[in-house]
Design a protein around this ligand. Structure first.
Ligand code: GLN
Length: 308
């Protein structure tokens, strides 16, 4: 990272500029529990490979990370099973919304990538098949990477999503009809909804995602999370698929691998340099945080720290 840049000042300035503009979009309300969140919350945390941390706004408030968790479940599955996972899920951008059913018919139940809902369900299915207790082991995995035991599922959010999850239930059953889900759909969906309900702060997210920034990253137990090639591949998938049918736009405007969630969070990483987490619940029509995208576009433009 450049020593001449005052990162705290940079994020403070961009935060003020973005806050001064109208906050456009809609917070996700299809999950009833998410509709209760104050849509004006706004937080940012930047963490550098030199271990410096900068935060502004609501950066230490927990929120529902939703689809950001798909990167973490993918990473754990990749760690356990290696390249065999790619027989069950692709690595192509879908160009479709995260909950679309449309390509699954022609693709015979092989989801285009692990960051859309169908792909994440196949990953959940693999984890259920290859762990004693997927829910417990997944949580343990995140807590270890973040060196933080205060990370939890929100049962209220998981139950709330389950109560209205008709499309996800359809997706899971549809994939099962092609035999690409091996466990009972109810079990897979239960884990999927729990996975999406994980709550973290921007600070915790920025810390957690350092395993995709720093080639030398080790947990407190001195274990690497993924090998260098695996980490590189996860970043490649985030770069091309992390924002659904807005992945190209995010690459174009921000230029970093990243992942969004309908809770309004975005995590982005600059391999070798930094991770940055932004949270603002109002979403654009592609389901990505409006202010989050704007903040990150300004950040990589002002600091010239995108990967391109
Ligand atoms: N749990 C959400 C869903 O399946 C996750 C979607 C998202 O964050 N994009 O609808």
């Amino acid at each position: 990272m450049s020593n001449e840049i005052n990162y705290q000042e940079v994020i403070n300035d961009i935060y003020r500029d973005v806050s001064d503009k109208e906050n456009i979009g809609q917070a996700a309300s299809y999950i009833p529990e998410l509709a209760k969140i104050d849509p004006e919350k706004f937080g940012v945390c930047l963490k550098t490979v030199e271990n410096q941390e900068f935060g502004v706004g609501d950066w230490q408030t927990k929120f529902s990370i939703q689809s950001i968790a798909k990167v973490l479940s993918l990473s754990l599955t990749y760690k356990i099973l290696g390249d065999s996972i790619w027989d069950r899920v692709g690595v192509e951008p879908s160009g479709n919304p995260f909950n679309s059913l449309i390509q699954l018919e022609t693709d015979h139940g092989i989801p285009r990538n692990p960051l859309i809902n169908g792909g994440a369900m196949v990953i959940c299915d693999l984890l259920i098949s290859h762990t004693e207790n997927a829910c417990a082991e997944f949580l343990q995995f995140i807590r270890k990477i973040c060196s933080n035991s205060d990370i939890n599922y929100s049962t209220a959010i998981a139950e709330s999503e389950k109560s209205v999850g008709y499309r996800n239930i359809a997706l899971c059953n549809f994939i099962k009809s092609f035999d690409n889900i091996k466990n009972p759909p109810n079990e897979v969906l239960d884990f999927y909804f729990h996975m999406c309900s994980i709550e973290m702060t921007c600070q915790e997210l920025a810390r957690t995602f350092m395993f995709l920034v720093d080639d030398n990253f080790k947990t407190r137990e001195n274990e690497p999370v993924l090998n260098i090639s695996q980490a590189k591949r996860i970043n490649a998938i985030m770069q091309t698929c992390g924002f659904y049918d807005e992945s190209g736009e995010f690459s174009f405007k921000v230029g970093l691998p990243g992942k969004s969630g309908v809770g309004g969070g975005i995590i982005a990483v600059h391999p070798g340099k930094y991770s940055i987490a932004v949270w603002s619940p109002k979403l654009n029509n592609k389901g990505n945080s409006y202010r989050g995208m704007n903040f990150l576009e300004s950040f990589t433009t002002k600091t010239k720290l995108s990967i391109f």
